[in-house]
Design a protein around this ligand. Structure first.
Ligand code: HMG
Ligand code: MG
Length: 282
């Protein structure tokens, strides 16, 4: 059976937008249950400014509390060298930098232009290479932006190529506000896969308008096999008005398995972590 990889982003993208900050022990229990469900790719927290995203202010404790284990890739979001240094001092398998295909969104989310963000990522990329850890790059608003509207696929590709040049081994193209339609995703995937190897690309869909699974389908047709999702469909971005939950992991896993892809996840344990995640934010 062919395989598809799910990158679980619930502990980070899922919890960063919750009004009530989820207590650290509950976050660690969520991560423990996710590991038990069989995830090998887990985005556990974000080493961002606690002034900007207080929900991730316990990043050091969360990463310290998530022990390494064989086959597990613990990833953390980092906006700059400072975040990378803090995470590497604890130990991590992947750093994920994030910028945008929209200038306005970059400014609102990380307080700099796209070009400046790429400059900021240079020392992060050097650190990742020096420490032998993976480097992932996100392109937010790769299809639609809450401030600028529709984004040209060429603009998203331009940023994806810049991230690849920087050394990102995987680039996640994100529909940050869940407004993309499958025709738009298809157009983006067509040009992205003509310029970059499919195994370097991932898709990150939010499900605000219920289009996420159609968009997964469009990406699958174009050869994408890595998808981000959040348990119980938690989440959203505090700087993207209208960004509701991420694509729910159970919906994604069920969809992929029906489409003939193995995800390696244990469905009973996934249900159990889903129930736990729901009551965390109830
Ligand atoms: P800034 O205010 O321009 O920069 O923020 P600064 O250097 O002046 O830093 C401000 C304060 O933060 C300072 O503290 C720094 O020390 C501290 P003060 O001196 O005032 O006490 N600081 C840090 N603290 C901890 N860790 C760090 C760090 N860096 C600075 N790494 C900055 C610029 C990038 C830091 C800020 O804008 C920021 O942290 N933004 C993050 C926003 C964010 O996390 N958004 C949500 C995640 S992105 C997302 O959800 C999209 C995604 O899911 C894909 C998709 O769906 O599109 C990935
Ligand atoms: Mg997101």
């Amino acid at each position: 059976m062919p395989t598809a990889t799910i990158v679980e982003v619930g502990p980070r993208d899922g919890l960063q937008n919750e009004k009530q900050i989820v207590p650290t022990p509950q976050k660690l229990e969520l991560i423990r249950l996710l590991r038990a469900a069989g995830f090998t790719r887990l985005e556990v927290t974000a080493f961002v400014s606690p002034k900007w995203v207080p929900q991730m202010g316990d990043h050091e404790t969360v990463l310290r509390g998530t022990a390494p284990s064989e086959g597990l890739i613990r990833s953390v979001l980092v906006p700059n060298e400072r975040g990378a240094l803090l995470a590497l001092a604890i130990g991590v398998e992947e750093l994920a930098v994030f910028t945008s295909a929209s200038e306005t969104f970059a400014k609102k989310n990380i307080n700099c232009s796209i070009a400046e963000s790429l400059q900021r990522f240079r020392p992060v990329a050097s650190l990742a290479a020096r420490h032998g850890v993976r480097l992932r790059g996100y392109v937010s608003c790769s299809v639609e932006c809450p401030y600028e509207g529709q984004i040209a696929p060429e603009a998203a590709l331009h940023v994806a190529l810049a991230l690849a040049d920087l050394g990102c081994g995987e680039i996640s193209l994100a529909d940050t506000i869940g407004r993309a339609r499958s025709e738009q995703v298809n157009a983006l995937m067509r040009i992205a896969t003509s310029a970059l190897p499919t195994e370097k690309l991932a898709c990150h869909f939010h499900d605000t308008h219920g289009h996420a699974l159609d968009n997964v389908d469009a990406a699958l047709v174009n050869g994408i096999r890595i998808f981000d999702s959040a348990v119980a469909g938690l989440g959203g971005c505090p700087y993207a008005p209208g960004a509701a939950g991420n694509l729910s992991t159970i919906s994604l896993a069920t969809f992929l398995e029906k489409a003939g892809y193995s995800t390696g996840l244990n469905s009973a344990r996934l249900k159990c972590v889903e129930d736990f995640a729901r009551q965390l934010v109830a």
